[in-house]
Design a protein. Structure first.
Length: 548
């Protein structure tokens, strides 16, 4: 409403103007209005010329009188000619000199008056051209320049353009958030349908329910993974048990076959006979021990018996009853030992090993996992609430400070790049990409390649200056330290950058580090103090407020 609209306000047209051209035209108009044309000089007085004319007349009269005296006309016939002739000539010469100086002064005055008139006409024409240029630039968007320039109009136009751009950014952010919200709602609905969750839930309720389902699924997955990890060991144990069972079945079948030799039709009778054989074997063992005690040379006697048997000499009334009994006992002893070993092995397998988990241990582990799940869920809820608080605080900080920081940085960047780039924006999505635009770019460009290194550094310098101004606005101004920020800049942008730092040094203390002497000289030429240190040079731009 403060802008001088001709008809209805058209704020949307502000985005189509060239702000630089309007500013230049308006600045030219303000300059000419502040410097009016010179007034024509006052004409020189006519008294010197009149006095010169009088002196010439007097001198002529005196010379005429002297001539009459020389001709004998009384009363000039005596000494009067000499008295009148010399002063008359001197007065005439003085009058002629004064008249020539007066004519020369009058000519110079006419020349100055003509030059002043031409400058006045040129200034008037330039002021009118500047006003027409400003009026044409403003008329394109429906604004009236008026008869007198408004010094604050350009700033108000720039602020209006920034506000319009901020409104467009907010509209894009709202559209993006609404699109993201719709996408999340669709995804939540799809998940509810896939999981068979009935009822109407909002996004938060769906998120909590899905978190519970996910926790339960993760618990079942953990149990399944533990079971799967134990499956190879159990499979190996089952295979070994099956092989052992097959082997025992074979031995059982062989044993039953041998039992049939004792009693083919009566297993009980066969068992009694086997038991009798075992007892006989044990008795034979006892008797052998007794024989060894009674006959220390039992081994020798047994050797003689074996030798006689080898030579075929009989030494018993019956054919080898002891040998047959000994062989039978030996076979039975081996079987008994195998069965005893098998029994011990089976007992050992029946007992749980140190690496095997008992049922109580599994129940305890399950309870521990449940407690851990409850603790993790509570921690997750706390972290979720904290994340919401942090996001809200971050959003509030961005909404409060980000537009002003970007606006200031855009203004600094426009100064550094001579208007080629004049606007910075941050993407509202998760990427938070920094975008730059301006008359030199048809579309917004992301800060990075293919932008040159110098342009990127100029963007970062503009952001740093805007950020520190925003952070300590209304507080103690902290010093700013810059290290080799102009290395990749061309001469024009470096000069504008130093001018910008000189302006910023009116508000805060600035330290500029460089190892380039020419850059140090340029900074010193703008009022900086030079400190030379061992190694790189240090340039300090320091200017206290109000010290000029």
């Amino acid at each position: 409403d403060r802008l001088p609209w001709v008809d209805e306000p058209r704020p949307d047209d502000l985005g189509r103007i060239r702000a630089t051209r309007v500013a230049e035209s308006y600045a030219a108009w303000l300059h000419h209005v502040g410097n009016p044309a010179e007034a024509p000089p006052t004409p020189p007085p006519a008294s010197p010329l009149a006095a010169a004319t009088g002196l010439i007349v007097i001198g002529g009269a005196m010379v005429g009188g002297a001539a009459l005296g020389l001709l004998g006309v009384p009363p000039f016939s005596a000494i009067a000619p000499l008295v009148l002739a010399l002063p008359g000539a001197a007065v005439t010469l003085l009058g002629w000199s004064i008249a020539r100086s007066a004519r020369r002064a009058a000519a110079e005055h006419r020349d100055r008056a003509e030059a002043t008139r031409e400058r006045s006409e040129a200034a008037t024409a330039a002021r009118e051209a500047a006003r027409n240029a400003a009026a044409d630039a403003l008329a394109k968007i429906g604004l009236d320049a008026g008869d007198d320039p408004d010094p604050d109009l350009v700033d108000r136009l720039e602020r209006a353009r920034h506000l319009l751009r901020d409104r467009e950014d907010r509209e894009r952010e709202v559209e993006a958030l609404e699109s993201e919200s719709h996408a999340l709602e669709r995804e939540a609905s799809r998940l509810r349908e896939a999981l068979g969750i009935g009822g109407v839930l909002d996004a938060a309720g769906t998120s909590v329910l899905l978190q519970d389902r996910l926790a339960a699924a993760r618990e079942r997955l953990s149990i399944a993974r533990r079971a799967a990890a134990r499956m190879p060991k159990l499979d190996a144990a089952v295979d070994a048990a099956r092989a052992e069972l097959a082997r025992h079945r074979e031995r059982r079948a062989a044993f039953l076959g041998r039992l049939e030799s004792f009693a083919s039709n009566d297993p009980r009778l066969a068992l009694e006979r086997v038991t009798a054989c075992l007892e006989a074997h044990q008795e034979a063992e006892r008797r052998t021990a007794t024989l060894r005690d009674d006959h220390p040379d039992l081994d020798r006697l047994l050797a003689d018996i074996r030798r006689a048997e080898d030579e075929g000499e009989p030494w018993l009334t019956q054919p080898d009853p002891i040998g047959a009994l000994a062989r039978d006992i030996e076979e039975r002893s081996e079987e008994i030992e195998e069965w005893v070993a098998l029994e011990k092995e089976l007992e050992a397998r029946a007992r749980p090993g140190p690496d095997d988990e008992t049922l109580d241990e599994l129940e305890g582990e399950l309870q521990r996992l449940r407690d851990e799940r409850t603790s993790v869920r509570r921690g997750h809820d706390r972290l979720w609430i904290l994340s919401q608080l942090v996001e809200a605080a971050d959003r509030e900080i961005r909404e409060t400070h980000e537009p002003e920081i970007l606006r200031r940085a855009g203004s600094f960047l426009s100064t550094l790049t001579s208007g080629r780039y004049d606007r910075l924006r941050i993407e509202p999505n998760e990427s938070r990409a920094l975008l730059v635009s301006g008359p030199a770019a048809a579309d917004e460009l992301e800060v990075g390649p293919p932008l040159s290194t110098g342009t990127q550094e100029q963007i970062f310098v503009a952001l740093r200056l805007a950020l520190v101004d925003q952070l300590d606005d209304g507080r103690v101004r902290l010093p700013l330290v810059l290290d080799e920020v102009f290395v990749n800049w061309d001469a024009g942008r470096r000069s504008r950058g130093l001018d910008l730092l000189r302006e910023a040094s009116q508000r805060r203390q600035i330290f500029l580090f460089t190892c380039h002497p020419h850059l140090a000289d340029e900074a010193v030429g703008r009022g900086a103090d030079l400190w030379k240190l061992p190694g790189p040079s240090v340039v300090r731009l320091e200017r206290a407020a109000g010290d000029g």
